[in-house]
Design a protein around this ligand. Structure first.
Ligand SMILES: Cc1cc2nc3c(=O)[nH]c(=O)nc-3n(C[C@H](O)[C@H](O)[C@H](O)COP(=O)(O)O)c2cc1C
Length: 352
């Protein structure tokens, strides 16, 4: 038996296991498979227009009536990005030449933040859960989301962020440890290198807030999930491990890199998007390591490096992964939900 909590009870989940929202990688089929298997499936809609958001939610609903977590980004608008990233463009020029990719483009803004138009989609589609990354929308928009009846979650990477989210009225906090793959959900700034790993963040967040806390970062099997529950988690949110199945939408080089990665394979970098995010090291990250401070503002850095991404072997792609990638296993998503549940229960039994 895995712990029951307000989250599992209210959502009718068999297991307190959330497939992490992963923009670009988590498909409606992946999310529906997870929800059908008794976990909570999520769609990463942070880079989606309101129209695409509606279409993706509808696709999920065609596959299952189980609950869905719809996830959005709440980043600051970078404003006018023309002329930014000048030094970065100069450093990228030889790579563009090498790949016959033409001139390094002027930076553009590839996607916006959460807007009223997205909130209108939620009002119509009513997903059971709405989660945010990079902080929350303004009070008026948040109120509109709350009025849909959705449970509201948001990532915190420090205790201060968890406290701020409790005051803002979220229903649960996602404690995102430094191990986590993909973007850091950080929204109160500060030095990334000070940020705690999950083993330190989770118990401190559980002590600091009265809300249910969802653990994220490095959870890949029964050992890691059981540890998170022992440290006070009400549920676990699992990202990287849910990339290794046929329903995730990632490139072949990304899939191969996940299969080959080990404990020293990942690093937090701003080079892919302009914001700190954990990815498997590749040529972009190694050869431009000294340019971390010269990135174009998020998310326009993406527009500078993306043209190189489609070329070749993943050397310039964002190969998102968490630090425990080496323990992930290739298996269908429904099997992973059940395996995580069984292995976790077995760990608890071992100490009963
Ligand atoms: C490929 C990938 C994409 C991600 N995209 C998002 C996203 O769109 N929204 C979000 O809230 N978190 C995103 N994350 C972070 C996850 O929510 C979660 O914090 C992280 O995956 C947990 O660590 P793990 O990868 O070690 O399981 C992403 C993670 C990965 C690996």
């Amino acid at each position: 038996m895995l712990p029951k909590s307000a989250l599992t009870e209210r959502l009718g989940l068999a297991y307190p296991i959330i497939q992490a929202p992963m923009a670009g990688a988590a498909t409606p089929a992946l999310a529906a498979t997870v929800s059908e298997a008794g976990g909570l499936g999520s769609l990463g809609l942070g880079t989606s227009t309101p129209e695409v958001t509606a279409a993706e939610i509808q696709r999920f609903k065609q596959m299952t009536e189980k609950p869905l977590n719809a996830n959005f980004f709440c980043h600051d608008d970078p404003g006018d990005v023309a002329g930014t990233g000048h030094a970065m463009r100069q450093r990228l020029a030889p790579f563009f030449q090498e790949h016959n990719a033409g001139q390094v483009p002027e930076p553009t803004v590839p996607y916006g933040t959460f807007t009223a138009a997205h909130a209108d989609v939620l009002t119509r589609e009513k997903p059971a859960v709405v989660s945010f990354h990079f902080g929350l929308p303004d009070e008026e928009l948040l109120e509109q989301v709350r009025a849909t009846g959705a449970l509201i979650l948001c990532s915190a990477t420090t205790v201060a962020e968890a406290r701020a989210l409790e005051i803002a009225g979220v229903d649960a906090v996602i404690a995102q440890g430094y191990e986590a793959g993909g973007h850091r959900g950080t929204f109160l700034g500060g030095d990334m290198t000070n940020q705690p790993g999950l083993f330190a963040l989770l118990p401190q967040v559980c002590r600091a807030v009265r809300l249910p806390v969802i653990a994220a970062g490095g959870i890949v099997d029964g050992h890691t999930a059981a540890a998170a529950f022992m440290l006070g988690a009400s549920a676990v949110q699992v990202g990287t491990a849910f990339l290794r199945n046929a329903d995730s939408k990632i490139s072949d080089p990304h899939r191969r890199a996940l299969a080959q990665a080990g404990d020293e394979s990942t690093r937090v970098t701003r080079l892919h998007s302009g914001k700190p995010a954990r990815a498997i090291r590749n040529r972009l990250m190694d050869e431009l390591a000294d340019m971390e401070a010269d990135v174009a503002p998020y998310p326009s850095q993406r527009s500078l490096v993306a043209p190189l991404g489609g070329k070749g072997d993943g050397a310039f792609q964002s190969l998102w992964a968490g630090q425990n990638v080496g323990l992930t296993r290739e298996m269908p998503a429904a099997d992973l939900v059940r395996t995580l549940a069984e292995e976790t229960a077995a760990r608890f039994k071992a100490f009963a």
